[in-house]
Design a protein around this ligand. Sequence first.
Ligand code: NAP
Length: 446
Amino acid sequence: MRIAIVGSGPAGFYAAEALLKRADPKVEVDMFDRLPTPYGLVRGGVAPDHQKIKSVARVFAATAARPTFRFLGNVRLGRDLTVEDLRRHYHQVIYATGNEADRRLGVPNEGIPRCTPASVFVGWYNGHPDYRAATFDFSVSRVAVVGNGNVAVDVARILLHTRAELERTDIAAHALEALRASRIREVFLLGRRGPEQAAFTPSELKELGALAEADPVVDPADLAACAPGEPGGNVELLRAYAARPPRPGAKKLHFRFLVSPAEVLPGPDGAVAGLALEQNRLEARPDGTVAARGTGRIDRLEVEMVLPAIGYAADRIPGVPYDEKAKVVANQDGRVVDPATGAVVPNEYVVGWARTGPQGLIGEHKRASAHVVEHLVADGPGLEARPLPPRQAIDALLRERGVQVVSFEDWKRLDDVEVARGARRGAPRDKVVDVAAMLEVLGQET
Ligand code: NAP
């Protein structure tokens, strides 16, 4: 059996491991990535001050070392390869392409200068090649981060870290330099629902109480209606923050709840000068969920930058069925389906956020990918009888098309270069942030 996995993030690697650790049938896995570098979200999404989370890359490197595994980096499905090519060269295909698009607030002036989706900020500070040219104006002093998820928390933390806190991370050099000169003094974290509904997790919330030069600011009135809450949970942590006197001179991280952006307000220069916020109230729905309802009362928040961190969506890939409503690859429990008819597209599967949307911590996708791999195994018998072109034929095809494929060995050389560069600034790594420069390091100049 020969199987293609498109995408080398956590879900793709967990699927590869689940496939390859089975002794029978003998399975070969070719994993593609549009970037020359593997690990997807672990490299481009996980915050640079979360090195412990990034250490999962070691597990993925062990999978990559299996003899029947190959990494083919710098190959983009829909540009360098088509879905038809994959069908011809592989018995089964797994899409593990993640969520690379952002969701929109859908309010007036969302696109004006200094209102930028958090996905762009995250990609930029993580040295993702797509975002290296983004620019941010940190001469402002007040920033609103919209959303109450862990991405919003990451963004707030990175904005409020001191130079010393940032220097020991693998933040991209361009971001380190820009943030060193930051004049940001206050960040507002805006939740549309209440503290009890916040999506961030207690361990991430706890980190916000341990910033070197910034203090969390919580209004006790926002917690008055909350039930006591679990020990060590979000509500209890927020209560502790509400009781904590802010340190004189410290930067501030304000938690605001029950507010939704109604309009981004431009100043005379056309860039963000404020945010109109509608006050919400909570409404219990018959299904037991709690929704935010606008009250019509609008207040102006004086901020000069807005970073919406309200979730991600899967990108459309030519030839891959897309579910417009859920914004994922159309699927039933990981089997790709035609979105119009619901009919299964044989031998094609999807794992990770491309399957579920942006939910779940990295480790939770280990089981989820293994679950989808069970479908591949169940559907597999008989497929291996179909003769395929030789394994190297895909390499020849890509060469013909002028694609410079980056192998896992190549990546390891680039990895060594980045780690050595990082050591010079006392950081775990200093990333090469553009594809041409990566290929140059590898001696494959474009
Ligand atoms: P998330 O956890 O789904 O949070 C999205 C937030 O945006 C929610 O607070 C949501 O509010 C809010 N939101 C959505 N639409 C909105 C709108 N129109 N207006 C205002 N607010 C809106 O998503 P995420 O923060 O992007 O994180 C994605 C996943 O990655 C999560 O599983 C997260 O835990 C994980 N992650 C983990 C870490 C870590 O350090 N462990 C770091 C980053 C991300 P409602 O709840 O009201 O919908």
